[in-house]
Each structure stands twice: as structure tokens, then as C-alpha cells.
Design a protein around this ligand. Sequence first.
Ligand code: ZN
Length: 406
Amino acid sequence: MIPQSFIRDLLARIDIVDVVGRYVQLKKGGANFMGLCPFHGEKTPSFTVSPSKQFYHCFGCGAHGTAIGFLMEYGGLGYVGAIGELAQSIGVTVPQEAGSGGQPDRRAPALLELLAQAGKFYRRRLKETPHAIDYLKRRGLTGETAARFGIGYAPDQWRGLEAAVADYQIDEMVAAGLVIEADGEDGRRKRYDRFRDRIMFPIRNPRGQVIGFGGRVLDRGEPKYLNSPETPVFSKGRELYGLYEARDAIRAEDCVIVVEGYMDVVMLAQHGVANAVATLGTATTGDHVRKLLRLVDRVVFAFDGDAAGRKAAWRALSRRRSRRRATPGASTSCSCRPSTIRTASCANAAPTGFARRWPARCRSRSCCCAGSPSAWSSRPPRAAPGCSPRLGRCCSRWRRRRCGCS
Ligand SMILES: [Zn+2]
């Protein structure tokens, strides 16, 4: 529990104009600041931020709230996360009342700095490594996309990161998940890089800071994907790959597509479908679903048509449904009324199996095209190497079932 007095003081000390201004270009207009609303697509500004009242309001879509609300809505942060973020921005620590959950780790800023340095190092090394560039080119990736997602390469060296950081031996290198410490044959502790000879995908938090990495082998080797371990700044079950990069597109499309792999996200973005995110080699968790539903009402799960993919999609949908049961307040936006049902189920190759398992009252509307035109109906994914043919087929299956998007 965070003391209410602290939250009051915090809101008094920060300026919502600064907070919102970090994400939205604001212009002074009279007593207020105006900008293009980040919560709905618009060409003329109807989004206002009031420095005197310390809240934002959109005359177009009705979005409204304080600085905390803005970070929750726009950044997809939880309540505690948003308060932590604001506190950090003015350099204060969030106090905890007795009986509370975990406190933000004090080491976090140092870890983020090391991760940023590592990310920069990997990006630099990619440019210097022809066989890594060749590999990405063979997969159809352009240099622009690689730059947009900050993709890099971890060299095939045991201690490559020594060149990236000032001190390889500090504890924070282990805490950040960048190096592994183990007993050597002589009984002495030895350190080496966790990621070696891998394509590196940085995973970013809502502020765009690197909090972890996903590393993929180039051709052969195991494991195919290696993620950062759980650290004070990174938790697989909570983070989604590509969320930072996809945020604006998710808003614009009013829809988020959850896919299985980093490459799916990157390739979809390259082919114009920029509102996709991926789980990090884990099943979709309740935290993932909550995070996405804070951003947008419509979540499309697009998993592989194989058995594992179908299982994952089903699990994700179950989570989605249990969340609906667990939070009555949220149920209005995802109840089964035609105008509001937003959940889309996409299980390639087995839509019928899906429909059978989906509760009867939802079946007819649990389709990716329910409601207003979504990213799918207005812009079906074009063929992209390795990923979107699957998605395209999935969407057309739904179309064939006459789900209303024709
Ligand atoms: Zn708006």
C-alpha cells in the first residue's frame, strides 16, 4: 500500500504538462495546453491539459484524468507502476505502508544504464558483423526495421560485453541478467556473457528504456530463443515484446494483435501492421491481458495453427474471459453485446474447434471483425516472410465464415 498522503504530495509536486508533454506534443492555447489526442485518431487538436487543475481532457473522445491516470492509460502501467514512474521522475522513493508488496528495487537505475550500454554495443556489433546482417537479410528484414526495433548482435565471444561497460565485474552485471557467474574448474568464480552469437532484440518498458533482451540463434544451436532472466527490472510474465514500438499504432487501430515471436512482430511492422506485440516465450498471462486491456479494448490473438499455438490461443482467451469475470467494472467493455464485444479469437486452421469451445452466447460475435472495422478488416496483413501468410489465412478463414467484415 502506498500512503495516500504521499500520492497527494506527489501530484502536487509534479506538473501534468511535463508528464503528458513527454509523450504528446503540446502547444499553449490560453490557460491550457492543446495537442492531438493520443487516445483517438484526430487531425485537429481536441486534447487539452490544464496546468491549473492538473488534469487532461479530450473533447473528442472524453478521455480524462490526472498524471497517474495518463501514465496508466497511455503507458499501460499499473497504478503502482504509474506512481513509481512519477516518483522516479522527480527523484523520490515511494514509501510503503506495512503489509505492502514489493518495493521498486534501488538498483533499477544502474541496471537500466547497463542494459542501455549493452543494447548500444549489440547494435554496433551488428553493423560490423556481415554474417549477422546476411542472416537478417535472408529473413527479409530491412535495415530500417532493424534500426526501428534496435536489433543488434551479440558477438561470439565469452566476454564481449567487457568492451561495452566500464566494469565487467560489478554485481549489477549479473543482476541485469547480462552475464552469468559460475564456478570454474579451479573453484574460482568466473563470469561470461549470457548472450553469445545471437541476434539481439531489446525489450523496452513504456518509457522506451531497455529492460531485457531476447536473443535468437542465427542458424543452428539451442536454445533457439534465449531471454533475459527475471531481474528487478524485467519479468517475462508481465512484459510484451514490441509494446513500446507498437503503442501509437495500437491506438490508431484501436486494436492489438498478440503473436508468438519477436520476428512475427518485426516482420508485421515492416509490412505495415505495426500494432502487434509478442509474449516472451511464455504463455499469455493475466498480467499481459490486463496490460493490453488498459491500452485498448480489442485484443486479437494470432497464434500458429499447430497444436501448441492453438493451445496457447485457447489459454489466452480463457485468461481473457476469467479477467472479465474477475473484474466486474471491466465487463461492460467486453460483454457480449454486439457493439461492445471486442475480443477476437484467431486460431488458424481450427476456427471451428475454437467456436465449439467458446461459450455459445459469445460464439457468433467472437470474431476479429466484430464492431467497427479493425486492423484486420480494413487492412489484412500482406504476405510477409515467415509470419503474415499465417495471419492472412487466419483472417480469410474468418471471412469465409461470414463474420461480418466481408
Ligand atoms: Zn481523444
